[in-house]
Each structure stands twice: as structure tokens, then as C-alpha cells.
Design a binder for this molecule. Structure first.
Ligand SMILES: NC(=O)C1=CN([C@@H]2O[C@H](COP(=O)(O)OP(=O)(O)OC[C@H]3O[C@@H](n4cnc5c(N)ncnc54)[C@H](OP(=O)(O)O)[C@@H]3O)[C@@H](O)[C@H]2O)C=CC1
Ligand SMILES: O=C(CO)COP(=O)(O)O
Length: 343
């Protein structure tokens, strides 16, 4: 007898959601892609493409798109959130209403990378608050150096998979892994999420440096000192383990996002470095630039909790306080002398 297929509903059918959905269909799962734009859903179902988000690529035809959240949520074994940070809470509230009706308790996985301004919450904390206040062990985060453009081509990729519950992390590891994407479990949920969220801010800074024509030494210094402040925030505020930042979701993701032209955060930073306004850049990107949102939460945390985050603070001032990039760089280079290693 044929084993029952696992029903996985991907909430958000932009670049990463479409590619993850296609990958999960490659793995033999029953995949639904939920998206809020009817023309995108129609294109996926009729042509197995999503040309606004992913050019020259086809989605596994077994992944079916819908604009009906109830259809996506009902009967799902796994709900995979791949939405921009700013809408996760809104969609989560609607998911909760449906699950309250059915009494079902699917695993919740998030691939979203961000910290919510105001609440300063990580995505898994938002999902716990809105959907599973008493079942947060059913929540898993996946995060690591992975661009939709690479995974779409079945390039080789490795991603961390973290949960408070080891068995649930292993279930997702097994379900998601295949011969082109390898998942590693990690028990430091907060550390994995902080790395994935805050590297986007550092990637904006890396892009700014390129826009300003700085070279490789500057990039290496920025990435290393960027990792130092990501670790400081993760350990001191979120209770993360320092070693996590040496892993896929830490240094791994920082490398890919600060050096790849596929990175929207890097590309946004480069244009800001070249003198374009943030509004212009965001309007013309056509895809989410998470670092521009997360930097607000990081700024709030740095100020309120007195955490030293000089690069993130400079990015915040350049993006939202009209600060001059050259003056910010001069200020950073002129800070009082410091030892390299400190938390
Ligand atoms: N792209 C990548 O390579 C990777 C992305 N990520 C993370 O995944 C998350 C999503 O990124 P990505 O897929 O690239 O983003 P995109 O900008 O490509 O797509 C975002 C999708 O979310 C949809 N959306 C927005 N609001 C809603 C809503 N209220 N209800 C339903 N759908 C909505 C958008 O639809 P609409 O067109 O209506 O706006 C769009 O389809 C981000 O946190 C990102 O950091 C993580 C790893 C890799
Ligand atoms: O998280 C990502 C790569 O791991 C995607 O980065 P960008 O959002 O900068 O494109």
C-alpha cells in the first residue's frame, strides 16, 4: 500500500516560498503554495512558473497554488511560513482562527528572517504567541546560506534547522533534505534566528561599502566586526549560544549575503552607497529587503538594552536619519580603542 503523502503548505509564494515549495514537491510531498495575488497563483497553476519573482525557472508541477488560506491550512501536516517579517503576525492570526476550528496541530516551520520592530520578537516567538502559546515545541526555524536563485538550479546548499524539540527538528530535517539541499539540526533556536535576521543589516552595510568603492579589506573587516555585534546581541539579549554564530546561520549566511549579487540586502546597500534614497531603492527592488525592517528592531534593542552595535546603528542612521555615509565611516574608524574579543 502507498504511504500517505505529507501535506506541506507554503505560506508566501514569492522567491523563496516558490523554490522551497518546488524542492518539497521534488521530495515527493503534497505541496500547496499559498499567495495573496491571484495572477501569480494562476500563472503557477497554468504554466508552473512565477516570473515576477524567479526568471527562467519552472516550479515542480506537483506544487499547486491557491489564494484560499483555509484550503492551504486545513489538513496540512506542516505549515511553512516564507512571508516578509512585517506580515507574519497578520497571517498567523488568520491561521490560528482556522486551526481553532479544525483542532489540528501541524508543525510550524519558518524560513522568514527578521526581528519585528516594536515587539523586538523573533519569528518563532511571534508564531508561538499567535498560534501555539502552549505548543512552542512544534515550531521550527530553518536558516542558512541559501539563495532562491541557487536552490532553484539545484546548486548545493546547507541549511540549519532549529527547534526547542530535537525530534521535531529531526522530522523537518528528514522531510526537507535531498541530494541538493542538506539540513543540519541545531538546538539553539534563538541563535539560529538572530544570525539569519541580523546578517541582513550587515549585508546592507557591505553593499554600501561597495557602492562607496571600498575594497576587500574593508569587506572582511565589516563582516568580522559585524559577526561580533550579531553575537553580542544574540548572546546578551536573546540568550543564544556563542558557537551558533560560527555555524551555517551565522558566519555561513553572513558570507553569502555580504558577497553575492543575489542578495537583495547587499544590492539595496550598494545603491544607497551610490547615493540613491532608501525609498527609491525599496520601491524598485520588487522583493523584500528584510534588513531595512530588522535594523529598526536592532536599533531599538541597542538603545534600550545598551548593547554596542556600531555598524547596525550606523546603517540605521543612514537609512532613517539621513546621516552621511562618509561621516558615519569616519566616526566608526575613530571610535575609542577596543579589545577585539568581548561580548
Ligand atoms: N529569497 C531568498 O533567497 C531567501 C529569502 N529568505 C527569507 O524569506 C522571506 C521571504 O522572502 P522572499 O520569498 O525572498 O520574498 P519575496 O519578496 O520574493 O516574496 C514575498 C512574498 O510574500 C507575499 N506576501 C506579502 N504579504 C502577504 C500577505 N499578507 N499574505 C500572503 N502573502 C504575502 C508577497 O506577495 P506580494 O507580491 O503580494 O507582496 C510575495 O509573494 C524573507 O524573510 C527572506 O529574508 C530566506 C532565505 C532565502
Ligand atoms: O537570506 C538570504 C540568503 O541566505 C537572502 O538574502 P537577501 O534577502 O539579502 O536576498
Amino acid at each position: 500500500m502507498r504511504e500517505k503523502m505529507t501535506k506541506i503548505s507554503v505560506l508566501g509564494n514569492g522567491s523563496w516560498g516558490s523554490v522551497l515549495g518546488s524542492m518539497l514537491a521534488d521530495n515527493g510531498n503534497d505541496v500547496i503554495l499559498y499567495g495573496n495575488i491571484e495572477s501569480v497563483n494562476e500563472e503557477i497553476n497554468a504554466h508552473h512558473t512565477n516570473t515576477h519573482y524567479m526568471k527562467d525557472w519552472s516550479i515542480n508541477p506537483n506544487a499547486v497554488a491557491t489564494g484560499d488560506l483555509e484550503k492551504a491550512v486545513k489538513g496540512a501536516d506542516v505549515l511553512l511560513f516564507v512571508l516578509p517579517t512585517k506580515v507574519v503576525r497578520i497571517v498567523a492570526k488568520n491561521v490560528r482562527k482556522i486551526l481553532d476550528e479544525t483542532g489540528e496541530k501541524p508543525l510550524l516551520v519558518t524560513a522568514t528572517k527578521g526581528i519585528e520592530p516594536g515587539s523586538k520578537k523573533l519569528i518563532t516567538d511571534i508564531l508561538a504567541e499567535e498560534i501555539y502559546p502552549n505548543d512552542s515545541d512544534k515550531i521550527i526555524a530553518i536558516s542558512g546560506p541559501s539563495h532562491a536563485e541557487n536552490v532553484a538550479q539545484k546548486d548545493l546548499t546547507a541549511i540549519a534547522c532549529a527547534s526547542k524539540d530535537e525530534e521535531n527538528a529531526k522530522t523537518i530535517q528528514k522531510l526537507f533534505s535531498n541530494n541538493y539541499v542538506r539540513f543540519y539540526t541545531n538546538d539553539d533556536l534563538a541563535g539560529v534566528e538572530v544570525g539569519g535576521a541580523v546578517k541582513n543589516v550587515i549585508a546592507i552595510a557591505a553593499g554600501i561599502l561597495v557602492g562607496k568603492k571600498y575594497g576587500d579589506d574593508a569587506k572582511a573587516a565589516l563582516m568580522t566586526r559585524g559577526l561580533a555585534e550579531i553575537t553580542r546581541l544574540g548572546v546578551n539579549y536573546f540568550g543564544a549560544k556563542p558557537m551558533t554564530f560560527s555555524g551555517l546561520s551565522g558566519i555561513g549566511d553572513l558570507i553569502v549575503t555580504c558577497t553575492s549579487v543575489n542578495s537583495r540586502n547587499w544590492r539595496a546597500g550598494k545603491q544607497v552607497g551610490e547615493g540613491k534614497s532608501l525609498d527609491y531603492v525599496l520601491e524598485n527592488m520588487g522583493q523584500v529587503v528584510e534588513g531595512a525592517t530588522t535594523v529598526k528592531a536592532v536599533h531599538e534593542l541597542a538603545q534600550e538594552k545598551n548593547i554596542d552595535m556600531p555598524i547596525s546603528e550606523a546603517v540605521y542612521r543612514v537609512l532613517y536619519e539621513d546621516a552621511n555615509v562618509d561621516e558615519e565611516i569616519a566616526k566608526m574608524m575613530g571610535r575609542s580603542p577596543k579589545p577585539e574579543i568581548r561580548l
